[in-house]
Write a protein that binds this ligand. Structure first.
Ligand code: MN
Length: 268
């Protein structure tokens, strides 16, 4: 039985199909939490993953089943595709096993704030300028792409690529684009803020009166954004490091393990 009850949960950047997804932590999080709304905020299944690197252990089926079960039991589940599962964007508006596929959605909190929920790759200079490079932004984007390629070559790549991912938000800020785009998007949708993923870095902050929040990822940080029943938002870190095991049977014994989690950055 789930031990933690929230009104809403946002998770993003699971990258199912990649080997470095924290499978055990993610399944544990899904089994231990319950919510009225569950938003899957993009890059859920990594369809950009090279076929020979495709990794789908049995625990992935359990993860998918856990989500289906929530949808079956009354949780309103939304799947918002990201850039790694963007082929799903053409199914915008369809419903599959009670899961609503939407390219973006507006969430209303218990206390009446309205937040636009989307993956956020459209704010990213790397993804944003990929198709048609123009101007100074593209030069920085090209540099970042090159660094990214170099970073992904060696064995030490992960820390560097994570560092780069963190820098991306800084780069976007440097270009003066990021906040402007967020604010423009928020104004266009007449909402109070934006919730996204993509940067693999969870956070909540305010730009003026506008809320910007990121639900993080399950490849590195094991974080989620959650709303309690009063409408307050916080970042949940699922910190417990489980011994890596491929024995699915071990999953059943997790109940007795101490779980270390806490909420950070409570706001509003
Ligand atoms: Mn992404």
């Amino acid at each position: 039985m789930p031990q933690l009850h929230f009104r809403s949960i946002w998770i993003s950047d699971l990258h199912l199909g990649k080997k470095n997804l924290r499978h055990e932590q993610l399944l544990d999080f899904l089994l231990q939490t319950e919510s009225e709304y569950l938003y899957l905020v993009g890059d859920i299944v990594d369809l950009l993953q090279e076929q020979k690197k495709w990794y789908w252990p049995r625990i992935n089926d359990q993860i998918v089943q856990a989500v289906f079960e929530k949808a079956r039991n009354g949780t309103k589940v939304f799947y918002i595709p990201g850039n790694h599962d963007q082929v799903l964007r053409k199914f915008n508006g369809s419903v599959f096993n009670n899961i609503r596929l939407m390219n973006s959605v507006v969430h209303e909190t218990a206390d009446g704030y309205r937040y636009l929920v989307m993956h956020g790759d459209t704010f990213d200079p790397i993804v944003r300028y990929r198709s048609r490079p123009t101007g100074i932004g593209s030069a920085v984007a090209l540099l970042l792409r090159w660094l990214n390629r170099v970073a992904n070559r060696g064995k030490e790549s992960r820390s560097l690529s994570v560092w780069l991912q963190h820098q991306m938000s800084t780069a976007a800020n440097f270009l003066g684009n990021f906040e402007k785009i967020v604010l423009r998007e928020v104004a266009a949708h007449q909402v109070d803020g934006l919730i996204c993923g993509h940067l693999h870095r969870a956070g909540i902050r305010e730009i003026g009166h506008t809320l910007y929040s990121n639900s993080g990822d399950w490849v590195e940080s094991c974080t989620a954004l959650a709303e309690n029943h009063a409408g307050r938002l916080g970042i949940v870190e699922w910190r417990r490091q489980y011994p890596t095991t491929k024995k699915v049977a071990a999953v059943k014994n997790w109940g007795h393990l101490y779980r270390n989690w806490w909420m950070l950055g409570i706001t509003r």
